[in-house]
Every structure is written in C-alpha cells, then in structure tokens.
Ligand binder design. Structure first.
Ligand SMILES: NC(=O)c1ccc[n+]([C@@H]2O[C@H](COP(=O)([O-])OP(=O)(O)OC[C@H]3O[C@@H](n4cnc5c(N)ncnc54)[C@H](O)[C@@H]3O)[C@@H](O)[C@H]2O)c1
Length: 447
C-alpha cells in the first residue's frame, strides 16, 4: 500500500463526512449503542445497527424501544427514510464506513475481565472488512485492549492498520436520565495510535460531537475512562464508610455532605447509598486491577473501595434486622416492602443493582418481602434468577398496611414520599429520599 493510496482512503472518508454520505455501523445496541445511533442519525448520518439479539433488532425495525428512557417516538424518528436500519446480519458491515463497537465488557466468575463479546464482535467483522473503514472501540476496558486484543484480530483481514483500515478508541460517557447533558454535548475523548487513524477519528467524531478531546494514544483514552470510574468508585466508598461512622455517632451524613459542598472550590459531593450498581462503577475499576498485576503493581485504592462498597448491602440488611428485632418482630413473621430495584433513580436498569442483593439477603434471613419499582417489572437476575418475594404491580395503601417496614432502595421521582411515610409503620431510607418530608419523621430511619 502506497502513501498515495492511503491518502485517497483518507480524503474519501473526510469527503463523506462533509457531504453526509457516510454510513455508520454500531455494533451492540444497548444502553450505549442505541443513544449513539440516535446521535449519529440526528447529525445526518445513515446508521446500520447491528446486534446479535434479534429481539432488539426486530423491535427497532418495528419502531419500538426496549430502553425505558428512550421513547418509541425517538425510534420512529430514527427509522424515517430508513436512516436507522437494525439487523443481526454481519454482511452489512461491508456497507459501513465506520464501525463503533459498544458491546458488554463484564467480569467473569473470578472477577477478571471478560472480553468475549469484544473478541467475538471483532472476529465477526473480519470477513466483511474493506479498505477505507474506521473501527472504533467504545466499550470500557483496560489500557491496551485496542492494541493487544482488537488490532491482532483485525490484522487477520490482511488490511494494513493506519493505511487501509483505521483504528481508534473512544470511551462512552452515557449518564442515562441526566437532564443536563445529551450525548452530543458531553465532550468525547478520542485516541488512536497512528496519524491517519487519528485524523479520520477526529474528523468523524468532530462532526458528531460538540467537543472532542484528542489524547495521544488508544491507551491514554482507555485509561482516562477507567480513571473517571475509579474516581467515582473510590469517592462513593469514602462517603459510604463515613455514613457508617456517622450512624454510630448519631450524625446525618447527607446533611454533612450538603454542608461540605457549599465550599466553592476543592470539594465535589458524592452521596452514600445501599451499595454500588450499574454496568460500570462496580466493574470497570477491576479491569485496571487485573491489568496492573502484569506490571507487578497493586491498585490498593480500588481494592479497598471495592471492599467497602461490596459490604454496603450487608450493612443495610443488618440495619433492617436490627430495627425489626428492636420492635420485637421475629424474622419468621416479619414482612417488608422494598421500593426500588433499579440501581439509580428514574432508570429501569437493574444490572449489579444493590437492591437485588439486598432482596436476596433479606429473604435469606427469613423475612417475607414484597417489592415494587415503577420502572421495572418481571426482572430476572443473571446471578440469582427469579427474585425472591412477591412483586407488586402497583403500590396500594394495603401494601403498606401489610408490612412492618418500608425500605427505600432507589429514590425514583415517581414515588410519592409523603404517602410512603404516612402509610408505613416505619421507613428505612437508604437514599435520604424522605428529606423533604416533615411530618412523622420519627418513623424514618436513615440507613
Ligand atoms: N450503560 C452505561 O451507562 C455505560 C456508560 C459508559 C460506558 N459503558 C460501556 O459500554 C459498553 C456497552 O455497555 P451497555 O450498557 O450498552 O451494554 P448493553 O448490555 O446494554 O448492550 C450491549 C449490547 O451488545 C449486544 N452484543 C453482545 N455481543 C454482541 C456481538 N458479538 N455483536 C453485536 N452485538 C452484541 C448485546 O446484545 C446488547 O444489546 C460496556 O463496555 C460498558 O462498560 C456503559
């Protein structure tokens, strides 16, 4: 491949961005991939959405959504004039100019990185690759993945990386249900390891996002994402630990964080809760711990934060048991109402949610549990299967009367906290969701 040929791929690519004739393919249409597809279409690009889950691609083709905070009207808008086409057929990869990989990066049973989905996705691309395409890994992962895992598989295509095929890494910064940002306005970090890949990646994402943040390499971009998540994980662990101390000291940690955050510099507020949840914060830091071992390096902050955060659901279950025993209610007859399954407010995402763990711990202690989440129904956990207890389809007044205590695990806006406190015998609030309720405060236990 001559420099001239590589130049023509590059020029061709840039021209397609400018005249909006570029076709973008997104691999993995989940919480990250689907909003990215929406953004690409809104910026005038045609999108092919690829997912191995045919239920998802069928729903999208039919104008339906499967993510709570993305309404069907958004999908219908994307489907207009086939600007989005969803499929499970990898042969359409050849039609695309860009290939953004947004597949899961979980931990395996030994809590080590499981890159199976990334590997399988890249392997499925290989037979369909052609010169002039840009591959972008978006999944969160340890520094080195793009170069050590993705690149060798792409090389099986026979295409020269940086000349015929371009490769980069750009981490996602999705914050579902956050009204202050959209996918377009969140600055996008981009990194590549050769000049041509850098140029096309910056040109493409420069045309999609309001601001791109170029860094010197894929590794720097990968590490920046992990740093963001470790920062959250460690700070949440700190405030969770202080919550336990405050409980012993008779102090309200939420009041203290709110006071501290009035400092106009040098302090960012993090809030305690019943434990860490979601696909990112409980998992991603351990991608780095694993990689660090290769360098004989121990990531002690990550391990300690993991220990503190993992313990939080057990602390909540103990607080519940302590309350019931203080009321003389034996576990064999105790009835509890759990509010909120999702890992954070106003979303339907239950992945790694501490609520699921707490439900299990309460059931193991012999309590009779019913649960309700206005955003979730029929949830089956990957780890525990069907959830223990009785799922309520609505929150009737009887639901409160029939229980000894109500446990708030997710502070959804849809809950009527005034009513919850009024009707409950006791409220164990793990989120300070009842902060604005001023009557019956003696019923509320912050946990
Ligand atoms: N959810 C978030 O808020 C968030 C934020 C930032 C980064 N991330 C990262 O983004 C990545 C994706 O996360 P997500 O939350 O969108 O996951 P998700 O589980 O919601 O979606 C992943 C999708 O990929 C599909 N998939 C799996 N294997 C595939 C394959 N071989 N080919 C095509 N599709 C395949 C799945 O069917 C699923 O629809 C992860 O690395 C995650 O850590 C997630």
């Amino acid at each position: 491949m001559t420099a001239g040929a590589s130049c023509s791929h590059l020029d061709n690519f840039i021209e397609k961005i400018e005249n909006r004739s570029l076709t973008a393919c997104i691999l993995g249409l989940g919480y990250v991939g689907l909003p990215l597809a929406q953004l690409f279409t809104s910026r005038g690009f045609r999108v092919i959405g690829l997912d191995i889950d045919e239920l998802k691609t069928r729903k999208l083709q039919g104008g339906e959504s499967y993510i709570g905070h993305i309404p069907p009207s958004v999908i219908l808008e994307m489907r207009k004039n086939d600007r989005l086409v969803a499929t499970s057929d990898f042969s359409c990869v050849a039609e695309a100019d860009t290939l953004s990989i947004c597949v899961p990066t979980p931990l395996d049973k030994a809590r080590q990185p499981d890159l199976t989905a990334v590997r399988k996705t890249v392997e499925s691309l290989v037979p369909h690759l052609r010169p002039g395409q840009l591959v972008i890994l978006e999944s969160t992962t340890y520094p080195g993945t793009t170069t050590e895992v993705v690149l060798p598989i792409l090389q099986k295509s026979g295409l020269k990386i940086g000349e015929e095929l371009f490769l980069g890494y750009s981490p996602e910064r999705e914050d579902p249900a956050n009204p202050n940002f959209t996918a377009r306005t969140i600055p996008k970090v981009v990194g590549a390891n050769d000049p041509a890949s850098r140029r096309v990646l910056e040109a493409f994402y420069g045309a999609v996002f309001d601001q791109i943040v170029p860094v010197s390499s894929c590794e720097a971009a990968e590490m920046s994402k992990i740093l963001e998540n470790i920062y959250r994980c460690v700070n949440i662990a700190l405030v969770n630990e202080l919550k336990l101390l405050c409980q012993r000291m008779g102090l309200n940690i939420w009041e203290i964080v709110d006071a501290a955050k009035t400092k106009p510099f040098g302090f960012q507020a993090f809030y305690p809760g019943p434990g860490l949840g979601g696909h990112c914060i409980p998992i991603d830091p351990f991608y780095l711990s694993w990689k660090a071992r290769e360098y004989d390096f121990s990531t002690r902050f990550i391990e300690l934060a993991g220990e503190v955060n993992t313990n939080m659901p057990y602390e909540v279950a103990s607080r519940v048991a302590d309350h019931l025993s203080s009321q003389g209610i034996p576990s064999s007859t105790a009835r509890l109402l759990v509010l909120g399954l999702a890992y954070k407010k106003n979303v339907d995402d239950c992945r790694e949610s501490p609520s699921i763990k707490i439900l299990k711990l309460l059931a193991d202690r012999g309590f009779t549990v019913s649960y309700f989440d206005p955003h979730v129904s029929g949830y089956v956990s990957h780890r525990y299967g069907r959830l223990p207890g009785v799922e309520l389809l609505e929150l009737t007044d009887d639901a409160f009367l029939n229980t000894d205590a109500t446990l708030i695990l997710t502070d959804h806006d849809a809950f009527d906290y005034d009513r919850i406190v009024r009707w409950s015998k006791a409220v164990i609030d793990t989120r300070n969701a009842t902060r604005n309720i001023f009557t019956d405060r003696d019923k509320i236990i912050l946990a």
